[in-house]
Design a protein around this ligand. Structure first.
Ligand SMILES: [Fe+2]
Ligand SMILES: [Fe+2]
Length: 264
């Protein structure tokens, strides 16, 4: 089902930002606009995932303080969508997008207890997706074409760091509170978690190269982003999960067998 997203409300309060409009060639601007539109959809879509997580956290009896944090993260993702819309307006583009689909809802994990279901999703969202997002946004921020673009990315990065920390702090608490049987149930989910990540980020490697100026204004640098994904997975996510007592290295090996089957 296609969802029509219209962020035109940002026009009323959109700041005048230098996002490189004056220096981009038309073909570069088209790529940059496409990228910020895609990002607007993804950011907005992430709010849905945190919205689902609010309900799961409440069912799992998670502290209301943490539930409030998660609810705030949902609104931060909508604000990120609005920041992308503001960049689009400053590129002389309409802040609208036709999204074939939004991100799927957080998995219900009906086979597991509410605590295990919550932890599985918080690992997938915080320890995996948001941790990768931190590395990717930091990479973009480091090469931002203009100070205004750098400021937009800095604002997004600050929030994504908080979203990643939710995952790692929840994991730390769970490692102390849950019994081994429940941690085993969390661990059983890790191959699917990694397989999803590998399939999600894999296509980045095949994206065509664009100009350096377009990349610095927000067009994807697929090969660099794919490399950042793998580096984050292998040097941050897997060791972090292992440190909490989860057999993440073995789970990644199983995910690779599923996602990248060897030719027989
Ligand atoms: Fe975000
Ligand atoms: Fe986020």
């Amino acid at each position: 089902m296609t969802v029509e997203l219209d962020f035109s409300h940002v026009r009323r309060r959109a700041r005048s930002l230098d996002v490189g409009r004056a220096v981009l060639e038309d073909h570069e601007r088209a790529l940059v606009i496409e990228s910020w539109r895609g990002r607007m959809v993804m950011e907005y879509s992430s709010a849905r995932v945190f919205g689902d997580l609010v309900g799961q956290a409440m069912r799992a009896g998670i502290s209301p303080r943490v539930v409030a944090d998660i609810a705030r993260m949902a609104s931060e993702e909508i604000e990120h969508g609005e920041l992308c819309a503001e960049v689009l307006v400053n590129l002389d583009a309409d802040p609208v997008a036709s999204a074939p689909e939004l991100l799927p809802p957080a998995a219900p994990h009906d086979d597991a207890s509410p605590k295990v279901a919550f932890l599985r999703n918080v690992l997938s969202i915080g320890c995996a997706s948001e941790t990768v997002a931190v590395a990717l946004v930091e990479g973009e921020r480091a090469i931002a074409l203009t100070p205004d673009l750098e400021r937009v990315l800095t604002r997004i990065l600050k929030d994504e760091i908080g979203h990643a920390r939710l995952g790692w702090s929840s994991l730390r608490r769970a490692a102390a509170d849950l019994g081994r049987a429940e941690l085993d149930e969390v661990e059983r989910y890790l191959p699917s978690l990694f397989e999803h990540q590998i399939r999600h980020y894999g296509p980045l490697a095949a994206l065509p190269r664009t100009t350096e100026r377009a990349r610095r204004a927000g067009a994807p640098d697929g090969r660099a982003q794919h490399a950042i994904f793998w580096e984050t997975l292998e040097t941050v996510i897997v060791p972090g999960l292992e440190g909490a007592g989860l057999a993440a290295t073995r789970a990644l090996e199983r995910a690779l067998e599923r996602a990248l089957p060897r030719a027989s």
